[in-house]
Design a protein around this ligand. Structure first.
Ligand SMILES: NC(=O)c1ccc[n+]([C@@H]2O[C@H](COP(=O)([O-])OP(=O)(O)OC[C@H]3O[C@@H](n4cnc5c(N)ncnc54)[C@H](O)[C@@H]3O)[C@@H](O)[C@H]2O)c1
Length: 249
Protein backbone atom coordinates (compact mmCIF):
# COMPACT_ATOMS: atom_id res chain seq x y z
CA UNK A 1 0.00 0.00 0.00
CA UNK A 2 1.54 3.31 -1.00
CA UNK A 3 -1.29 5.78 -0.34
CA UNK A 4 -3.61 6.66 2.51
CA UNK A 5 -7.28 5.74 1.98
CA UNK A 6 -8.72 8.30 -0.38
CA UNK A 7 -11.75 8.63 -2.64
CA UNK A 8 -11.10 8.06 -6.34
CA UNK A 9 -13.08 8.03 -9.56
CA UNK A 10 -11.80 6.07 -12.57
CA UNK A 11 -13.63 6.62 -15.86
CA UNK A 12 -13.69 3.90 -18.51
CA UNK A 13 -13.24 1.30 -15.78
CA UNK A 14 -15.75 -1.39 -16.80
CA UNK A 15 -12.93 -3.21 -18.62
CA UNK A 16 -9.41 -2.98 -19.99
CA UNK A 17 -6.88 -0.47 -18.71
CA UNK A 18 -9.40 1.47 -16.60
CA UNK A 19 -10.41 -1.70 -14.77
CA UNK A 20 -6.75 -2.50 -14.06
CA UNK A 21 -6.20 1.04 -12.75
CA UNK A 22 -9.23 0.73 -10.48
CA UNK A 23 -8.02 -2.65 -9.18
CA UNK A 24 -4.58 -1.20 -8.44
CA UNK A 25 -5.97 1.86 -6.65
CA UNK A 26 -8.18 -0.43 -4.55
CA UNK A 27 -5.15 -2.62 -3.73
CA UNK A 28 -3.35 0.59 -2.71
CA UNK A 29 -6.10 1.19 -0.14
CA UNK A 30 -8.33 3.72 -1.89
CA UNK A 31 -12.13 3.87 -2.11
CA UNK A 32 -12.72 3.68 -5.86
CA UNK A 33 -15.90 4.48 -7.77
CA UNK A 34 -16.12 3.12 -11.32
CA UNK A 35 -17.68 5.29 -14.03
CA UNK A 36 -18.45 3.94 -17.50
CA UNK A 37 -21.10 3.97 -20.22
CA UNK A 38 -21.16 0.16 -20.38
CA UNK A 39 -23.85 -1.94 -18.69
CA UNK A 40 -21.24 -4.24 -17.18
CA UNK A 41 -19.69 -1.47 -15.05
CA UNK A 42 -21.83 -2.64 -12.14
CA UNK A 43 -20.68 -6.24 -12.50
CA UNK A 44 -17.05 -5.11 -12.71
CA UNK A 45 -17.47 -3.03 -9.55
CA UNK A 46 -18.83 -6.08 -7.74
CA UNK A 47 -16.01 -8.29 -9.05
CA UNK A 48 -13.16 -5.98 -7.95
CA UNK A 49 -14.87 -4.77 -4.74
CA UNK A 50 -15.13 -1.15 -5.80
CA UNK A 51 -16.90 1.35 -3.54
CA UNK A 52 -19.53 1.96 -6.21
CA UNK A 53 -20.32 2.29 -9.88
CA UNK A 54 -21.99 4.87 -12.09
CA UNK A 55 -23.27 4.23 -15.59
CA UNK A 56 -22.68 7.53 -17.38
CA UNK A 57 -22.02 8.67 -20.94
CA UNK A 58 -19.18 11.14 -20.44
CA UNK A 59 -20.07 12.91 -23.69
CA UNK A 60 -23.15 14.17 -21.79
CA UNK A 61 -21.26 16.85 -19.87
CA UNK A 62 -24.10 17.68 -17.48
CA UNK A 63 -24.41 14.02 -16.45
CA UNK A 64 -20.63 13.81 -16.10
CA UNK A 65 -20.51 16.84 -13.81
CA UNK A 66 -23.44 15.54 -11.74
CA UNK A 67 -21.74 12.15 -11.36
CA UNK A 68 -18.40 13.62 -10.23
CA UNK A 69 -20.11 16.00 -7.80
CA UNK A 70 -22.32 13.16 -6.56
CA UNK A 71 -19.28 11.09 -5.56
CA UNK A 72 -17.71 14.09 -3.82
CA UNK A 73 -20.96 14.78 -1.98
CA UNK A 74 -21.53 11.17 -0.93
CA UNK A 75 -17.94 10.58 0.27
CA UNK A 76 -17.43 14.09 1.62
CA UNK A 77 -14.27 14.41 -0.48
CA UNK A 78 -12.71 13.64 -3.83
CA UNK A 79 -8.98 12.99 -3.91
CA UNK A 80 -8.19 11.25 -7.19
CA UNK A 81 -9.68 11.44 -10.67
CA UNK A 82 -8.36 9.20 -13.43
CA UNK A 83 -9.76 9.96 -16.89
CA UNK A 84 -9.33 6.68 -18.76
CA UNK A 85 -12.49 6.35 -20.88
CA UNK A 86 -11.70 6.50 -24.56
CA UNK A 87 -12.75 5.57 -28.08
CA UNK A 88 -10.47 5.00 -31.05
CA UNK A 89 -11.63 5.23 -34.65
CA UNK A 90 -9.39 3.50 -37.19
CA UNK A 91 -10.79 4.85 -40.46
CA UNK A 92 -8.45 5.85 -43.27
CA UNK A 93 -7.88 9.58 -43.82
CA UNK A 94 -10.14 9.41 -46.88
CA UNK A 95 -12.96 7.72 -44.97
CA UNK A 96 -12.70 9.74 -41.75
CA UNK A 97 -16.23 10.95 -40.93
CA UNK A 98 -17.40 13.93 -38.87
CA UNK A 99 -19.22 11.45 -36.60
CA UNK A 100 -15.99 9.62 -35.74
CA UNK A 101 -14.12 12.91 -35.40
CA UNK A 102 -16.67 14.32 -32.96
CA UNK A 103 -16.98 11.10 -30.96
CA UNK A 104 -13.24 10.70 -30.45
CA UNK A 105 -12.62 14.38 -29.65
CA UNK A 106 -15.55 14.55 -27.22
CA UNK A 107 -14.83 11.26 -25.45
CA UNK A 108 -11.04 11.52 -25.21
CA UNK A 109 -10.53 15.27 -24.85
CA UNK A 110 -13.66 17.32 -24.09
CA UNK A 111 -14.91 15.02 -21.33
CA UNK A 112 -11.42 14.93 -19.78
CA UNK A 113 -11.39 18.73 -19.51
CA UNK A 114 -14.81 18.93 -17.89
CA UNK A 115 -14.28 15.98 -15.55
CA UNK A 116 -11.13 17.68 -14.26
CA UNK A 117 -13.08 20.92 -13.84
CA UNK A 118 -15.81 19.15 -11.85
CA UNK A 119 -13.25 17.45 -9.60
CA UNK A 120 -11.29 20.63 -8.87
CA UNK A 121 -14.33 22.86 -8.29
CA UNK A 122 -15.27 22.56 -5.52
CA UNK A 123 -13.68 19.47 -3.98
CA UNK A 124 -9.97 19.40 -4.72
CA UNK A 125 -9.53 23.15 -4.46
CA UNK A 126 -11.38 23.29 -1.13
CA UNK A 127 -9.32 20.35 0.21
CA UNK A 128 -6.06 21.97 -0.89
CA UNK A 129 -5.02 18.63 -2.35
CA UNK A 130 -5.91 16.44 -5.32
CA UNK A 131 -4.55 14.15 -7.99
CA UNK A 132 -5.65 14.29 -11.63
CA UNK A 133 -4.33 11.66 -14.05
CA UNK A 134 -5.34 11.67 -17.71
CA UNK A 135 -4.77 8.62 -19.87
CA UNK A 136 -3.59 9.79 -23.28
CA UNK A 137 -1.65 7.68 -25.79
CA UNK A 138 1.66 7.74 -27.59
CA UNK A 139 -0.60 8.27 -30.63
CA UNK A 140 -0.73 11.84 -29.38
CA UNK A 141 3.05 12.05 -29.52
CA UNK A 142 3.84 10.44 -32.86
CA UNK A 143 0.68 10.91 -34.99
CA UNK A 144 -0.94 7.53 -34.47
CA UNK A 145 0.58 4.15 -33.72
CA UNK A 146 0.79 1.14 -35.98
CA UNK A 147 2.20 0.62 -39.46
CA UNK A 148 1.14 3.14 -42.14
CA UNK A 149 -0.61 1.58 -45.15
CA UNK A 150 1.14 3.05 -48.22
CA UNK A 151 -2.15 2.70 -50.16
CA UNK A 152 -3.99 4.92 -47.66
CA UNK A 153 -5.97 2.22 -45.87
CA UNK A 154 -7.11 2.51 -42.25
CA UNK A 155 -6.35 0.25 -39.31
CA UNK A 156 -3.89 2.20 -37.21
CA UNK A 157 -5.20 4.54 -34.50
CA UNK A 158 -7.02 7.29 -36.36
CA UNK A 159 -6.59 11.01 -36.99
CA UNK A 160 -9.24 12.19 -34.53
CA UNK A 161 -7.84 9.93 -31.82
CA UNK A 162 -4.27 11.15 -32.38
CA UNK A 163 -5.44 14.77 -32.30
CA UNK A 164 -7.51 14.21 -29.15
CA UNK A 165 -4.67 12.49 -27.30
CA UNK A 166 -2.20 15.23 -28.27
CA UNK A 167 -4.77 17.68 -26.93
CA UNK A 168 -5.05 15.69 -23.71
CA UNK A 169 -1.29 15.93 -23.14
CA UNK A 170 -1.29 19.72 -23.51
CA UNK A 171 -4.59 20.17 -21.65
CA UNK A 172 -2.90 18.35 -18.77
CA UNK A 173 0.02 20.78 -18.85
CA UNK A 174 -2.39 23.75 -18.89
CA UNK A 175 -4.33 22.46 -15.90
CA UNK A 176 -1.08 21.61 -14.08
CA UNK A 177 0.08 25.21 -14.37
CA UNK A 178 -3.25 26.45 -12.98
CA UNK A 179 -3.76 24.11 -10.04
CA UNK A 180 -0.25 23.65 -8.64
CA UNK A 181 -0.56 26.34 -5.99
CA UNK A 182 -3.82 24.73 -4.87
CA UNK A 183 -2.02 21.51 -3.90
CA UNK A 184 -3.26 19.63 -6.96
CA UNK A 185 -1.15 17.79 -9.53
CA UNK A 186 -2.21 16.91 -13.06
CA UNK A 187 -0.27 14.38 -15.10
CA UNK A 188 -0.64 12.20 -18.18
CA UNK A 189 0.09 8.54 -18.73
CA UNK A 190 0.62 7.73 -22.42
CA UNK A 191 0.31 4.02 -23.15
CA UNK A 192 1.61 2.37 -26.27
CA UNK A 193 0.04 -0.86 -27.55
CA UNK A 194 -1.65 -2.53 -24.58
CA UNK A 195 -3.54 -5.85 -24.61
CA UNK A 196 -7.14 -4.71 -24.05
CA UNK A 197 -10.48 -4.87 -25.88
CA UNK A 198 -9.62 -1.61 -27.69
CA UNK A 199 -6.46 -3.14 -29.13
CA UNK A 200 -8.06 -6.46 -30.12
CA UNK A 201 -7.47 -7.20 -33.80
CA UNK A 202 -5.29 -4.12 -34.42
CA UNK A 203 -1.81 -4.53 -35.91
CA UNK A 204 0.63 -2.43 -33.91
CA UNK A 205 3.76 -3.98 -35.36
CA UNK A 206 5.05 -4.68 -31.84
CA UNK A 207 7.80 -6.96 -33.15
CA UNK A 208 9.84 -3.88 -34.09
CA UNK A 209 9.58 -2.18 -30.68
CA UNK A 210 12.55 -2.03 -28.28
CA UNK A 211 10.41 -4.20 -25.95
CA UNK A 212 8.83 -6.41 -28.64
CA UNK A 213 5.46 -7.29 -27.10
CA UNK A 214 2.10 -5.79 -26.17
CA UNK A 215 1.97 -4.15 -22.76
CA UNK A 216 -0.35 -5.31 -19.99
CA UNK A 217 -3.06 -3.08 -18.46
CA UNK A 218 -1.44 -3.57 -15.03
CA UNK A 219 1.72 -1.91 -16.36
CA UNK A 220 -0.27 1.27 -17.08
CA UNK A 221 -1.92 0.97 -13.65
CA UNK A 222 1.51 0.96 -11.99
CA UNK A 223 2.32 4.37 -13.48
CA UNK A 224 -1.02 5.76 -12.28
CA UNK A 225 -0.41 4.36 -8.80
CA UNK A 226 2.91 6.20 -8.69
CA UNK A 227 1.43 9.50 -9.91
CA UNK A 228 -1.27 9.55 -7.21
CA UNK A 229 1.17 8.54 -4.44
CA UNK A 230 3.11 10.91 -2.19
CA UNK A 231 6.26 9.85 -4.06
CA UNK A 232 4.97 12.03 -6.92
CA UNK A 233 4.16 15.12 -4.83
CA UNK A 234 6.64 17.20 -6.87
CA UNK A 235 5.60 15.82 -10.26
CA UNK A 236 3.06 17.75 -12.34
CA UNK A 237 2.46 18.33 -16.03
CA UNK A 238 4.48 15.19 -16.76
CA UNK A 239 3.72 12.58 -19.39
CA UNK A 240 4.87 9.07 -18.52
CA UNK A 241 5.16 6.73 -21.51
CA UNK A 242 4.21 3.10 -20.84
CA UNK A 243 4.90 2.00 -24.37
CA UNK A 244 7.70 -0.54 -24.74
CA UNK A 245 9.75 2.23 -26.34
CA UNK A 246 7.19 3.04 -29.09
CA UNK A 247 8.16 6.69 -29.27
CA UNK A 248 11.80 5.70 -29.87
CA UNK A 249 11.07 3.54 -32.91
N1 LIG B 1 -5.27 -0.39 -25.52
C1 LIG B 1 -4.32 0.37 -26.03
O1 LIG B 1 -3.47 -0.11 -26.80
C2 LIG B 1 -4.24 1.83 -25.67
C3 LIG B 1 -3.11 2.55 -26.10
C4 LIG B 1 -3.01 3.89 -25.78
C5 LIG B 1 -3.99 4.51 -25.04
N2 LIG B 1 -5.08 3.80 -24.64
C6 LIG B 1 -6.10 4.54 -23.87
O2 LIG B 1 -6.36 3.85 -22.67
C7 LIG B 1 -7.70 4.11 -22.27
C8 LIG B 1 -8.39 2.79 -21.96
O3 LIG B 1 -8.42 2.05 -23.17
P1 LIG B 1 -8.63 0.46 -23.21
O4 LIG B 1 -7.57 -0.05 -24.08
O5 LIG B 1 -8.83 -0.07 -21.85
O6 LIG B 1 -9.99 0.44 -24.09
P2 LIG B 1 -11.39 -0.29 -23.84
O7 LIG B 1 -12.17 -0.02 -25.08
O8 LIG B 1 -11.17 -1.67 -23.42
O9 LIG B 1 -12.00 0.54 -22.62
C9 LIG B 1 -12.52 1.84 -22.77
C10 LIG B 1 -13.64 2.04 -21.78
O10 LIG B 1 -14.16 3.37 -21.97
C11 LIG B 1 -15.57 3.29 -21.91
N3 LIG B 1 -16.19 4.40 -22.66
C12 LIG B 1 -16.12 4.62 -23.98
N4 LIG B 1 -16.89 5.68 -24.31
C13 LIG B 1 -17.44 6.13 -23.15
C14 LIG B 1 -18.35 7.17 -22.85
N5 LIG B 1 -18.86 7.99 -23.80
N6 LIG B 1 -18.71 7.35 -21.56
C15 LIG B 1 -18.22 6.53 -20.59
N7 LIG B 1 -17.38 5.51 -20.82
C16 LIG B 1 -17.00 5.31 -22.09
C17 LIG B 1 -15.90 1.94 -22.55
O11 LIG B 1 -17.21 1.49 -22.22
C18 LIG B 1 -14.80 1.05 -22.00
O12 LIG B 1 -15.16 0.43 -20.79
C19 LIG B 1 -8.35 4.90 -23.41
O13 LIG B 1 -8.33 6.28 -23.10
C20 LIG B 1 -7.44 4.61 -24.57
O14 LIG B 1 -7.48 5.62 -25.54
C21 LIG B 1 -5.23 2.48 -24.95
Amino acid sequence: MNTDSRTAIVTGSAQGIGKAIAERLIADGNEVVLLDIADHVRQTAHEIKAAGSLQVDIRDLESLRAAVHGVGHEHGRLDILVNCAGTCGRESFEELSPATWNRDIETNLTATAFACQAAVFPYMRAQGRGRLVNVASVSGKVGGIGPVDPDGGGGRSGAAYAAAKAGTINLTRWIARQVGTWGITCNTVAPGPIASPMAAGADYGVGSLPIPRLGEPREVAGAVSYLVSSDADYTTGACIHVDGGSVLA
